[in-house]
Design a protein around this ligand. Sequence first.
Ligand code: PLP
Length: 625
Amino acid sequence: SELYGIEEWGGGYFGVSPEGEVVVRSPSNGQAGATVSLMDIAHGLQQRGLEMPVLLRLENLVDSRISILNESFAQAMETTGYQGCYRGAFPIKVNQQSHIVAEIARFGERYNHGLEAGSKAELMIALSTLQNRESLIICNGYKDAEFIDLGLQARKLGFKCFFVLETPAEVPLIIERSRALGVDPLIGARLKLSTKVEGHWSEDSGDRSLFGLTAIQLVEVVDSLREAGLLHCFQLLHFHLGSQIPNIRSIRAGVFEACRYYIDLVAEGAPLGYMDLGGGLAIDYDGTCSTSGHSRNYSVQEYCVDVVEAIQQALDPHDIEHPVIVTESGRATVAHTSVLLFNILDVGHFDPAPLPEALPEDSHAQLANLWHAIRVIAANNLQESYNDVTYYRDQIRDMFHRGEISLRERAFGENLYLAGLQKIAALLPELKRIPAELETLPQQLADIYYGNFSVFQSLPDSWAIEQVFPVMPIHRLNEKPTRQAIIADLTCDCDGKLDRFAGPHGNTETLSVHPVKASEEYYLGVFLVGAYQETLGDLHNLFGDTNVASIRINNEGGMEFVHELHGDSIADVLSYVEYDPQAMFKQFRATAEQAVRDGRITVSDRQEMLAAFTDSLRGYTYFER
Ligand code: PLP
């Protein structure tokens, strides 16, 4: 199990049992609590008629992540003597599923954990989910009059609902609507900081970032609010440097820069009391604890201490009261909570068929050359041998194209070539330095394991930004995995694959897997997929939403299936792209009836065809056994 780095990226939530199965550990009160095997969960899902692929949501982990974030800030504030407090606001866009948002609101209530809304729809989710009036609702994004009215009505109900200004153009509208409704708004301003961060989302920071107010615009905002008699409403300063910030030093630099604005805005008369750092708290997806972009060089605890200390150090010399620290941490709250489970449907090998004892006598000269080139492969001539076998293979292909050798001869040549490559690859570990051209040979020869899932639907960031997610078999972990593979999905798209994997010594291009047995399913899990993946997923090849199950692990190690949801049927996905499944059925029935009239099929053939069509409309979009 060390092969997969599970202890490094698992955050303490995942491990391997003595039976060789991946287990989920449910933390309770900071202690390692009960564990449940993912294989037991998979069997339970099957008994409930939920076929693979299944997105498994682990509710206990949502609770644990909220606790860790809030407790870590509380601890950091206590040890440093910070006078303010922490208020989290979960950004709904990171996982909008109602069960997740409801669980965050329910469990987060004890910490006054609030929600961040980037649109009218998300504000409506926040208003109908949050019970606690101490929790914040932070409204980001461009706001029209309807959005503003909704937020102002929320103020009347006692919600701490902040409008964060993304542009100066929002100011006159907020002033007008608050006068019209007779309620003072709570206003924040988003800064455009010049601090740049590394990683995939670096564009969110720096002078050319799309969002936020420049120093010039900020001064205009202060003047407009003062003129309207609403400067007392300007209470929050916001910045967002990007998601998944790999380096803690950039976060500290960003906080310092924001504090400079804070100090001067207070001097301008704005009664600021909240400092909102946006998102960015990163996840260690590949277990390397590095600035690789799939990881980060700090822990949640270190993040909290650094933020708290930076604000103190910047504000204390100016005798400014410590603000309430707000973060809109999304990824760090929910990434751990979902696991995608799927089964392997088929395996493609690049192993050669057994070679004959001797070269057939009438073989073409180029086949004979290839045969001899393979015989002489040795550790001291691997590059030369690779050049030779590739040259002869190309010659054989050219001859086939010119019609000089037959299909069978070409197939024999391709098999010899594979045998040559396998022999070279097997000798590579004997070299001190592997020639550059041969480095990718093991990957070229790796098996292809065909998985019952869609990268585009369930792991869109893996395709869009080459995000590494931890992948591993969830059983047979006491058995040595003897094969190297990449994982292909069900879409017939060359991008529908996983070919970068987390390992204990960095990322690898192939995954160690077990040979698939004919008699039993082979299950893999993709971990840390709870943030962004569900809503960014698309319908490529019309693979729809997967089945979903939410599970709660109890203290005795039992589990409760809290919520089950069947994924999209084929009729569902067809209707998403504007087909009318009933009209399609009618058209198909008319075609079948015409075929009966033409005498091409019998009446009972027609019945069978119509039944097959109806079954397919109702069926799961993924491979059903
Ligand atoms: N807040 C804002 C304004 C964002 O744009 C984002 C995401 O990009 C977040 C919060 C969430 O960031 P993260 O998931 O890194 O915590």
